[in-house]
Design a protein around this ligand. Structure first.
Ligand code: DC
Length: 223
């Protein structure tokens, strides 16, 4: 059991977990774990090595030896992700990589092999961890847990805006279909499915601004 203070932020894709987790880690001065980035990088490594996803021992080996580094760029709040020494931050965030990650994350041996890598982020003075099973499995003893939700339409709209801000384009009907398919896969899988921990505060963010969500999380932590 970890004695480090931990805030877990779980929820479906596109709900704003990453933004909430980043702001909370800055406010508290705590470390940050973007567990989705680990699954995404793992999926990229498997793809690059041409591994068959039914070869569980090969998957396990890659998970154990994954050369992955998170670097906060100087004078920026951006975290770059390096896989095998190469900056993969851009390709990591694509829908295609998210889809691959969601598929590979349903495999039990993959989740087990990546568990300790995630738990190793729990260091003083504290940790904010975002993902799907942070409050239910990886940091089940965490004292502070939130589960964010929002309607699928709202999450697809947020994703479209995010793409547009990055200078990319997207088709709303396609984004919505992707969001719904990914939710279904992440929620219905056998191992560590997406669901709120029993002791998590669920916040429906559909009608809330980021500031309003942060205020709710801060209130929970001050209680
Ligand atoms: O949070 P994200 O979109 O970066 O995550 C990508 C995929 O990785 C997500 O669809 C399911 C998987 N994932 C997971 O299974 N468990 C986590 N804790 C984080 C992500």
């Amino acid at each position: 059991m970890s004695t480090v203070s931990i805030l877990t932020v779980d929820g479906p894709s596109g709900v704003g977990k990453g933004t909430v987790a980043r702001i909370m880690s800055q406010k508290k001065g705590w470390h940050l774990l973007d567990s989705g980035a680990i699954y995404r990088a793992f999926a990229l490594a498997v793809d690059a090595r041409g591994i068959d996803v039914s070869d569980e021992s090969a998957l396990e080996k890659i998970a154990q030896t994954l050369d992955l580094e998170f670097k906060t760029e100087e004078d920026s709040e951006l975290v770059s992700v390096y896989l095998d020494g190469k900056d993969v931050s851009k390709v990591l965030r694509t829908e295609k990589t998210g889809e691959m990650a969601s598929k590979i994350a349903s495999i039990g041996v993959v989740r087990a092999a990546l568990l300790h890598r995630q738990q190793a982020f729990a260091k003083e003075p504290g940790l904010v961890a975002d993902g799907r099973d942070m409050g239910t499995v990886v940091f089940a003893d965490a004292p502070f847990k939130v589960f964010l939700t929002a309607s699928a339409d709202e999450r697809a709209n947020r994703r479209l805006k995010q793409l547009q801000n990055q200078g990319s384009e997207g088709i709303i009907s396609q984004i919505l279909a992707d969001v719904v398919a990914r939710d279904e896969r992440d929620s219905s899988r056998k191992h560590s499915p997406l669901k709120p921990a029993k002791d998590a505060l669920t916040i429906d963010t559909t009608e809330l601004s980021i500031d309003e969500v942060i205020t709710k999380v801060m209130t929970l932590m001050e209680k």
